[in-house]
Write a protein of this length. Structure first.
Length: 83
């Protein structure tokens, strides 16, 4: 389905200012910011959210003896370095 076009009337001044401010801050077009705001308001994702946490990795660890051997040196303390 082709993308639709809308004309939205009677946009409150506060909404207009907020959209324009965000567009400027994010260096995006007013249209892009408005579509993203509509999508968020409808609980849709206009673009996938970028997650910066590591929650997706919880419980995914797989034992790897080669990795354990490779990092074993990091567990050793150099006594001379601590004098």
């Amino acid at each position: 389905m082709p993308e639709a076009q809308y004309t939205i009337r009677a946009v409150p001044a506060a909404v207009d200012r907020a959209l324009r401010r965000r567009a400027k801050e994010e260096e995006k077009s007013l249209n892009t910011v408005a579509v993203e705001a509509l999508a968020r308001g409808l609980e849709l994702d206009a673009q996938p959210r970028e997650h910066t946490d590591l929650d997706a990795l919880i419980g995914s660890w797989q034992p790897d003896p080669a990795f354990d051997r490779a990092v074993a040196e990091f567990s050793k303390v150099d006594e001379d370095a601590w004098k």
